[in-house]
Ligand binder design. Structure first.
Ligand code: ZN
Length: 458
């Protein structure tokens, strides 16, 4: 048996151009061992794929349990107000209803759907820690272990991000319905973090990062202590400035806006991944871009919740860096997230040139590079010898693509492809999804349907 297996793609997207007739060799560890337009020496069998290979996308922000309520908060009785805060009440109900087995089944279904859409790595921003009464499971990281197990079954890589969640809002004790999220102190959070480090050992594709839920969720002194005490090489994730009310509450509490407080009090740098960052003033935007910290945008969720619009065009002109996440999972298609990122800027600026040059290629490169930083793995190039071979493969025979020049290929895929254009998704050199069908889809769906019928919320 040959120790390196080979693929040939019609073209493969490098950082600055498409490599036509691309041969990729993958070693037994799933890493790229050969990358060239020249065939390997004779005698090797090659999987010839009539498709275009994009790098596997990085989903830098997920709350897996929320997938169980996707689409359920869209009925708005006339005369009532429905905003983020009323949605949050429905989300708390969902959070209180799932047990570990159900959480695993939901996450496995979700993660397999992510792979189907071309995500090959997810950062699970995980705060559903405790049992339904708020007590610790015998393994403090039981629920985190379930997320890792789900990722393993779905064949997606996972960065488990155990979240420190302590308070109800600025200066206030947590509400009873937040009881499954809470670590009372920095010490208690560290215990949870250490337990989480143990559970990632059960899957080669798992790694760890750390997190504060948001400035409203942890005492300011404890935020500083936590960030100072964590290993300097781990990514740090936090929600910040998602909602106008949150900005006002923060200002009322401490006289500073959330991003202002963060930049004044924490050593923001490229390991900081700031989720949403929706409401920023000019000073915050400039300082954020200069800090090296990166923003994680979740356009479909931000739109669904009515958060507001991040100032992307100005931020990128200032040198700002960003990745994407699917957050509540109301949408899990990375190409749709790219379109929303661009179109919401076009709608507010009345201009079409959100980004200079080939916007589609720029967005893919940026998402993949900053996304990998959010996972705490090597950013490298889109495809590189020594890095895992993870790819979304688009059908070269799809109607628009079969007659499109290489020059217009990336933009045609990003702005007009749907999932019917997908030939499949490769993780570590293995086809995990082919023609929209996951290798374990039957058992994953059965488990998911059983869990959802038990929860009985749909
Ligand atoms: Zn979130």
């Amino acid at each position: 048996m040959q120790s390196v297996k080979y693929f040939k793609f019609k073209a493969l997207l490098l950082n600055d151009h498409w490599l036509s007739n691309a041969y990729v060799g993958v070693d037994i560890n799933g890493n790229v061992a050969y990358l060239s337009a020249t065939p390997p020496s004779a005698g090797f069998s090659v999987d010839v794929v009539d498709g275009f290979a994009l790098p596997g996308f990085q989903n830098a922000h997920s709350h897996a349990f929320q997938y169980a309520m996707a689409g359920l908060a869209e009925n708005h009785p006339a005369g009532t107000r429905d905003d983020f805060w009323s949605w949050r009440e429905a989300m708390y109900q969902c959070a209180l209803s799932v047990d570990p087995e159900q959480a695993e089944a939901i996450a496995t279904m979700l993660y397999s759907e992510m792979v189907r859409h071309g995500y090959t790595h997810v950062a699970e921003f995980h705060y559903l820690h405790h049992d339904k009464d708020g007590g610790h499971y015998s393994n403090m990281a039981e629920m985190g272990a379930r997320m890792v197990a789900a990722a393993k079954t779905a064949c997606i890589k996972i960065t488990l991000v155990p979240v420190f969640y302590q308070k109800g809002t600025f200066g206030q004790d947590p509400q009873p319905r937040q009881r499954r999220f809470i670590s009372k102190s920095v010490d208690e959070y560290f215990k949870l973090f250490e337990a989480s480090k143990e559970v990632i050992k059960y899957y080669d594709g798992a790694s760890i990062a750390f997190s504060i839920h948001s400035l409203r969720a942890v005492d300011f002194n404890d935020i500083v202590t936590t960030v100072e005490s964590m290993p300097a090489d781990l990514p740090f994730h936090i929600h910040v400035a998602e909602q106008k009310k949150e900005v006002k509450d923060c200002f009322d509490h401490c006289g500073q806006r959330p991003m202002q407080w963060l930049l004044n009090n924490l050593p923001a740098n490229e390991r900081f991944h700031l989720v949403h960052s929706t409401h920023l003033d000019d000073d915050e935007l400039g300082r954020l871009a200069k800090s090296g910290a990166r923003v994680v945008l979740c356009p479909s969720t931000e739109g669904n919740l009515g958060d507001g619009i991040f100032r992307m065009k100005e931020y990128v002109k200032l040198g700002g860096r960003w990745s994407i996440g699917t957050d509540s999972h109301i949408g899990i298609n990375p190409l749709e997230e790219f379109r929303m990122i661009d179109y919401r800027q076009r709608l507010v600026t009345n201009e079409r040139n959100t980004f200079d040059g080939d916007a589609a290629h720029y967005m893919i490169n940026e998402e993949v590079q900053s996304g990998r930083k959010a996972m705490g793995i090597s950013a490298g190039n889109n495809f590189e010898i020594g890095l895992p071979f993870d790819a979304l493969v688009i059908d070269a025979k799809a109607p628009l693509l079969s007659s499109t020049s290489i020059h217009n290929l990336t933009s045609t895929i990003v702005y007009s492809a749907d999932t019917n254009y997908s030939l499949g998704t490769i993780v570590n050199g293995n086809w995990i999804v082919k023609r929209n069908r996951h290798i374990a889809s039957q058992s994953i769906r059965t488990q998911f349907q059983s869990a959802v019928s038990q929860i009985n919320n749909r």
